[in-house]
Design a protein around this ligand. Structure first.
Ligand SMILES: [Fe+2]
Length: 294
């Protein structure tokens, strides 16, 4: 049994690191950490995770690694042994990872070839600055996939995630691993790519303040502010560097400890996509969330 405890972070391939660093530091509310990693850049939020976002230079944008947390180094070793015994192809063996922080883990690929890290750390990063309106951690990310039903099965059967909710006709599956309603979504698409990545802020007020920072810098939302039906989270999406879609979110459903969650089907439509009725996805949002560049 693989016991993923959280979505730890995301490392992206970026074609414009310098511009991206400026964006994430001055507008998105993250802080670049010191690392001896060449032109790569790593960012912390105000939570305890060593870093939640990494950017590595590349000629093509895309996902480098999706990072999931395991409870302990022993759990890393046990998970590796279990996956290996089940015949899962693994990319390396458990070791200290060549990224900032003291992470011990290994890598495998999902069905679409996206690299996944399973890691543990005994170090927590108590951040010095506590901007109450800055992102605290990653909330969730959503992947596009030509066979999202098979990809959903992979994350459930192979990595132990659980189905939270889904949209009718296999359009979209929400997957969970802890009290949070979802940490991963898989959407049906014509390609494998990042649909969007969401950053958790304290509450609705913090989200509106983040929107204010973006608006004052000339960034209009791609979609939002609004509130989703599945997960009940408030949201606002923006276009970030490399045309990645970034979301500020808060108030995602937390399933009380020890309580069962019964997954349910949702009907696609504007009334569920945004229960506030403040509008649906713009054409640009649809295009960028489908993994296309602007
Ligand atoms: Fe989202």
């Amino acid at each position: 049994m693989i016991n993923i405890t959280n979505l730890r972070g995301l490392i992206l391939k970026s074609t414009k690191i310098e511009e991206a660093v400026e964006f994430y530091e001055t507008l998105w509310g993250l802080k670049k950490i010191d690392s001896n990693q060449g032109n790569s850049a790593f960012f912390e939020a105000t939570g305890d995770e060593g870093f939640i976002l990494g950017l590595v230079p590349d000629s093509q944008r895309g996902i480098e690694t999706i990072r999931f947390a395991l409870e302990s180094p022993e759990d890393v070793d046990n998970s590796f042994a279990e996956l290996k015994a089940s015949g899962q192809k693994l990319l390396d063996k458990p070791d200290k990872l060549p990224i900032p922080g003291e992470y011990y883990g290994f890598h495998l690929q999902d069905l679409d070839g996206t690299t996944i890290e399973l890691s543990a750390t005994t170090k927590t990063n108590k951040n010095k600055e506590k901007d109450p309106f800055a992102p605290q951690r990653l909330s969730h990310l959503v992947l596009n996939s030509p066979d999202n039903a098979a990809l959903k099965d992979f994350y459930i059967k192979c990595l132990g995630l659980k189905l939270a909710d889904w949209y009718k006709n296999d359009l979209f599956f929400f997957l969970r691993c802890n009290q949070q309603h979802h940490v991963l979504g898989v959407e049906n698409s014509d390609n494998s790519s990042l649909n969007h990545v969401a950053f958790h802020v304290e509450d609705l007020d913090a989200m509106m303040r983040r929107i204010g920072v973006m608006s004052n810098a000339g960034y209009e939302p791609l979609w939002g502010p609004g509130r989703h039906g599945p997960g009940d989270n408030c949201f606002c999406y923006f276009e970030g560097p490399d045309s990645f879609v970034l979301e500020f979110t808060s108030e995602l459903i937390e399933v009380p400890d020890g309580e069962e969650w019964t997954p349910k089907e949702w009907i696609p439509g504007p009334e569920n996509a945004n229960v506030w009725g403040t509008g649906g996805r713009t054409e640009k949002a649809i295009k960028l969330m489908a993994g296309k560049e602007s």
